[in-house]
Design a binder for this molecule. Structure first.
Ligand code: ADP
Ligand code: MG
Length: 363
């Protein structure tokens, strides 16, 4: 992946309507997307993902701030003059045309020579693995195949940036998983920057080089899937991506980045302080269920509790543990061969958590 910048949004706000009907769809959003990157905008419905894509594509103008493509402000450029193409959720194919004609259409509109159109169409159909169906009408192929044709059509003019607005949401689960891998392959093979929009956290984690997590018109965090999952910046991100336990702790010592935090059990543990919380302040820790170990309820345990519920999932088992404080924590343990679980509902257990598995959240 190169470090050159493909797309930049600088302090972008977008307001729809006016007066009491005013909607602030984006509020001072800044993001830099690199060339050849698979970048995902992730967030719940209504958080502003589509609005940001439409601003990049040029279908909308920002109320404030600027959009730069290849380092150049593009406010004056209409959509068709930007080196950007969009794949929409409803593929918008021409049903009476064949697969090949659909892919050729945009190139012909651009006035490309016939030979070039043919070569490009063949290459694109190969890329999306639709060569064999090239003479079928798009009304006579499946949803997944239509999705591939829509991709081939959008990639054919060789845009520098491809925008994909929830392109897989109409597909069933199995096909969606298959297309996730395919999309990633197409992005690697073409070297085109993909900006992908989804509300599905698993989809985002699977495919992306980096993810921007959005909520209510803001970007809350930008990072690699691992950074976002392992080090969520705030409660929204921690809650939205994967499953998380929240636990309050008090800061009891602090010298620079080194400190100690006291858990509700009274046990104090050393901790690298990622927030600027001072001694005496209460912080919220985010702890992933698979990062908690079940141990004997002896003095070594960081927390103690009672097994309230055991749920067997095949690959792993989830334990709901009621702490002495009344709070419940979720613990997930992988089921390994020969590793017989002996715990039963009602048992008292100890919990151990490595300090690096306790992420202090931003207030
Ligand atoms: P997402 O794609 O994340 O679901 P959108 O970008 O479509 O979110 O919408 C963000 C917010 O802006 C929502 O509250 C939506 O209702 C509002 N919105 C989007 N487009 C328009 C529009 N053309 N006019 C008025 N409000 C809009
Ligand atoms: Mg949307």
């Amino acid at each position: 992946m190169s470090t050159a910048v493909a797309v930049e949004a600088k302090n972008v706000s977008k307001i729809f309507g006016a007066g009491i009907g005013e909607v602030r769809a984006l509020d001072n959003v800044s993001v830099t997307i690199r060339q050849n990157e698979f970048f995902t905008l992730l967030g719940p419905s209504g958080c502003g993902k589509t609005t940001l894509l439409r601003l990049i594509a040029g279908f909308e103008m920002p109320t404030d701030g600027s959009i730069l493509l290849d380092g150049e402000e593009v406010a004056h450029l209409p959509p068709f003059k930007r080196h950007v193409n969009t794949v929409f959720q409803n593929y918008a194919l021409f049903p009476h045309m064949t697969v090949a004609q659909n892919v050729a259409f945009g190139l012909e509109m651009l006035g490309k020579p016939k030979a070039e159109v043919q070569t490009t169409v063949a290459a694109m159909l190969k890329l999306v693995r639709m060569e064999e169906l090239k003479d079928r009408r798009t009304s006579q192929i499946s949803g997944g195949q239509q999705q591939r044709v829509a991709l081939a059509r959008a990639l054919a003019p060789k845009p520098k940036v491809l925008l994909l607005d929830e392109p897989l949401s109409a597909l069933d689960l199995k096909l969606r998983k298959e297309m996730q891998i395919e999309l990633k392959r197409m992005q690697l093979e073409t070297g085109i920057t993909f900006i992908f929009v989804t509300h599905d956290q698993e989809e985002a984690l699977t495919m992306s080089d980096r993810i921007a997590v959005m909520s209510r018109g803001h970007i809350l965090q930008i990072g690699s899937p691992t950074e976002i999952y392992e080090h969520p910046a705030d409660r929204f991100v921690a809650d939205f991506i994967g499953e998380t336990n929240f636990l309050e702790a008090e800061v009891t010592e602090r010298i620079g980045d080194d400190g100690k935090i006291r858990l509700p059990s009274g046990i104090a543990l050393p901790h690298k302080m990622s927030s600027n919380a001072g001694v005496g302040s209460v912080v919220t820790l985010a702890i992933r269920p698979e990062r908690i170990d079940l141990v004997r309820p002896d003095a070594d345990a960081h927390l103690k509790g009672r097994v309230d519920n055991i749920i067997y999932f095949g690959t792993d088992t989830t334990f709901h543990i009621g702490l002495e404080t009344g709070q419940a924590l979720t613990v997930r343990v992988q089921n390994r061969r020969g590793h017989q679980e002996v715990l039963q509902t009602g048992d008292i257990v100890g919990l151990k958590i490595a300090p690096e598995a306790m992420q202090i959240l931003r207030d």
